[in-house]
Design a protein around this ligand. Structure first.
Ligand code: QZP
Length: 399
């Protein structure tokens, strides 16, 4: 018989305001308590905060499934807030079919084709920011950029795009508990769900865009016509709030590490690694769950079928067992193996587009701005899953 290990239990609520505002002390407690830890406030949930176990769980998709939801709610026991995503909240063989379509639409070749447009938009936006001098890094830059280029690429009209922010806020809050954040997001989303589903329809999507290409895949018989709007919904759910906060968080990192920004300004080809290290240092999607499909174990700790496993990506990305000086934002680090995009068969299918956005925004910034100064206190937008800023006052000193 295999040896079984005892499991630590901690009275920690990852969704308390205190832990959402500053999650790092909690991450350390969870990592040090053991490879897998029970959370007293959430019976039936265990958390993994170390890199090794998060990586192992993501790479065993047969044991740790997504089809019961990747949030706290077990969809086998409770109804999801919306029909399940056909890719995020799906397992093979369904996931294999839908993933093939999205991964072709977002392939390296497709990313090459959008590169010139994405670059030109970043340059135009950074020109405007430098003209202003003092900006809100979130409202004037991190939000405007993805909200322009990504819906353009999907083929969604300009009018009403702000609905994507309300919808994203709901999608990511829905993965946490039924707290005040989720209650408020649920209220706000009511007014925009109709708009979102309407813009998944073919007649609302520009011919040739990413959205229309999903409908073409249905014409080709790779997926059904009933599945097509649901996969467009995945673009509209996952493509905006994620990159907004990825860019917002890296602006925060650079503003608070002037010596790192100086390196980027001196060598703008560091834009891509600076963005990547930003994702490691302050991971946009902080947490995701898997569900145990059967009785199993993690690091020798037995788990019952239906246990929800909280994978703490942001904690794994600062695990000292994996990273030297994990709390240091260092743009010359090459953080390969970080799990900010997840790992395994569900690893972010849009990551090449996300990296393109980060790279071209930081390149345009590095070329125009000599120094970034913090121009006032920042504020956070608390969300059950996302690490998000609400405001980030910055002074851009032109080169
Ligand atoms: C959100 C969907 C960080 C991710 C979990 C983002 C995400 C991915 C997919 C979907 C939504 O398919 O709706």
């Amino acid at each position: 018989m295999n040896e079984t290990a005892a499991i630590a239990e901690l009275d920690i609520d990852p969704y308390s305001s205190e832990n959402l505002i500053d999650p790092y002390p909690m991450h350390e407690r969870l990592r040090e308590a053991g490879p897998v830890v029970r959370l007293t406030p959430y019976p039936g949930v265990v958390a993994c905060a170390r890199h090794e176990q998060v990586h192992a769980v993501f790479n065993d998709h047969a044991t740790f499934i997504s089809g019961a939801g990747v949030g706290l709610t077990n969809f086998n026991l409770e109804k999801p807030f919306r029909p399940k995503s056909l890719i995020l909240e799906a397992d093979p063989p369904l996931h294999t079919q839908t993933r093939a379509v999205l991964s072709r639409i977002l392939s390296p070749k497709a990313v090459m084709q959008i590169r010139a447009t994405f670059t030109a938009e970043a340059e135009a936006l950074l020109d405007r920011c430098v003209d202003k001098g003092t900006i809100c890094g979130i409202h004037d830059l991190a939000q405007l950029y993805p909200l322009k280029v990504f819906p353009d690429a999907v083929g969604v009209e300009e009018d009403g795009r702000e609905n994507l922010l309300v919808y994203g806020d709901m999608v990511f809050n829905s993965m946490g508990p039924r707290n005040e954040l989720l209650a408020r997001a649920t209220q706000r989303v009511e007014a925009v769900t109709g708009w979102i589903m309407e813009h998944c329809r073919r007649e609302h999507l520009r011919p040739g865009g990413f959205g229309d290409q999903i409908w073409q895949a249905a014409d080709a018989g790779e997926i059904t016509h009933e599945q097509a709007p649901m996969l467009v919904r995945s673009f509209l759910s996952a493509g905006v709030d994620t990159t907004i906060n990825g860019i917002g968080n890296v602006l925060y990192a650079l503003a608070h590490h002037p010596e790192q920004y100086a390196k980027l300004h001196a060598d703008p080809t560091l834009a891509r690694p600076a963005f990547e290290e930003g994702l490691r240092w302050e991971s946009t999607a902080q947490t995701f769950y898997r569900t145990a499909a059967r009785d199993c174990e993690i690091a020798g700790v037995p788990l019952a079928a239906n246990t929800k496993v909280l994978c703490m990506l942001a904690a794994a990305n600062r695990d000292p067992r994996k990273w030297p000086n994990p709390d240091r934002y260092d743009i010359e680090r090459r953080p390969s193996g970080h799990v900010a995009f997840g790992a395994g068969i569900h690893g972010c299918v849009g990551q090449a587009v996300a990296r393109l956005e980060g790279e071209v925004v930081l390149t345009a910034l590095a070329k125009r701005v000599k120094r970034i100064e913090v121009a006032g206190p920042h504020t956070r937008r608390l969300n059950n899953t996302l690490r998000a800023l609400d405001t980030l006052p910055l002074r851009l000193i032109p080169a």
